[in-house]
Design a binder for this molecule. Structure first.
Ligand code: NAP
Length: 364
């Protein structure tokens, strides 16, 4: 198959570097163009990341070492080389929105890891297994932006990527109230223990903006398309507390749920066990799809962050400890890998879905 030519805008950053590793041997995607800020432009990639390559155990892929970094603001130069881009830049919301729209209007599909467009009503926020069909809104978005081939698609925040997948197969029971507490790894802040020694043996009960993202983003994912926009659902009501804990990778969530139509414990376990056939990605053969979307552990001491975050190359979700809740109906815990499923890996899966469904095509 002819590979898609991929650009990474924000290639020198933490997320950009993770993309580089994930795409090293990708069967569909070939990284051909790297862009960053004007201060990196003109440098070989290896020189541009000298002293800040974040993965000491994994070298910079040979294929990209010598690529000369372009200025991400030079949309024409990037657009001339690529079929689509991944975008992960450290700009403010208005600047990020403007940059992503500029690329889309130039005909370039943008698969974004930035938060700026998450609540733009005609931009799909994809967890492909759950709401892949939201990509249908792209027709309306293209009309607004005046482009036939460009698009913007985003992925949600890493904090929600364990409990939203666990709730999704239970939506038929109409969850009304969800109380969730997340225990989030330090890599979510772009940090390691060496660079953040204060986190050793510590918990910090505040991550700026995270409670609100965790309460609001699921409502768009569970929403529906109405005309030219995605309308948020108004159920369940979610209350979230997000804590930073002393783990390197892996976001855990402890969840309590009250349903309008209370299921039995057996029904919940059955829905989790058999949800794969109902995903929007079933049968598509996407390279980054996990073999199994949700894995439930009978062992009450699982999932554990160190043991279970890497399941299915970090793209699977694990769940455990389902039991009755004395206040709401049920409670359980769940886990996902925040920098793979929750970040670059989720972006790659989204791009694979958009290619397979024909939203992203070869531009030349
Ligand atoms: P980072 O390490 O600070 O890297 C920022 C990148 O943006 C660098 O490559 C930088 O280039 C580039 N950049 C800055 N200004 C630019 C411009 N005007 N045009 C083009 N590129 C520009 O940040 P990060 O941690 O990778 O985060 C990047 C984005 O991903 C942010 O929006 C962040 O919120 C998001 N993020 C998402 C998740 C997630 O789970 N979805 C996780 C972490 C981060 P230079 O090196 O040349 O300065």
């Amino acid at each position: 198959m002819q590979k898609y030519r991929v650009g990474i805008v924000g290639a020198t950053g933490m997320v950009g570097q993770r993309f580089m590793l994930l795409l090293k041997d990708h069967p569909w995607f070939d990284v051909v163009c790297l862009a960053a800020s004007a201060s990196s432009a003109g440098k070989r990639y290896e020189d541009a990341v000298a002293g800040r390559w974040a993965f000491p155990a994994e070298p910079i892929p040979e294929k990209v070492k010598d690529l000369v970094v372009l200025d991400g603001a030079d949309v024409e130069a990037v657009a001339a080389q690529v079929d689509f881009i991944f975008c992960a830049v450290s700009l403010n919301k208005e600047e990020t929105k403007a940059l992503e729209e500029k690329y889309a209007k130039a005909g370039v599909p943008v698969v974004s890891n930035n938060s700026a467009n998450r609540h733009t009503p005609d931009v799909p926020m994809l967890i492909p297994e759950i709401n892949g069909k939201h990509a249908e809104i792209i027709a309306a978005q293209r009309k607004r932006l005046g482009t036939e081939t460009g698009l913007i698609s985003v992925k949600p925040n890493c904090s929600i990527q364990s409990y939203v997948p666990a709730l999704w197969p239970l939506m038929e029971f109409e969850p009304e109230v969800v109380m969730v507490c997340t225990y989030q790894a330090i890599s979510g802040a772009g940090k390691t223990f060496e660079r953040w020694p204060e986190m050793v043996d510590n918990v910090i009960p505040y991550i700026g903006g995270e409670d609100e993202k965790s309460e609001n983003e699921p409502l768009k994912i569970f929403g529906h398309i109405e005309g030219d926009k995605i309308v948020d659902t108004n159920m369940p009501r979610i209350s979230a507390q997000c804590l930073r804990v002393a783990c390197s990778d892996g976001h855990m969530a402890a969840v309590s749920v009250k349903f309008k139509k209370k299921p039995t414990m057996e029904q919940i376990l059955e829905r989790w066990a058999n949800c794969d056939a109902n995903t929007a990605t079933a049968g598509l053969g996407l390279p980054s799809s996990p073999e199994k979307f949700l894995t439930y552990f009978e062992d009450p001491s699982r999932p554990q962050t160190r043991l279970d975050r890497d399941i299915y190359n970090g793209m699977g979700i694990t769940i455990g400890r389902l039991r009755e809740d004395p206040v709401l109906d049920y409670k359980f815990v769940c886990l996902s890998h925040n920098t793979v499923r929750g970040a670059a890996g989720g972006g790659v899966l989204g791009a694979e879905y958009l290619c397979k469904m024909g939203y992203i095509q070869h531009r030349v």
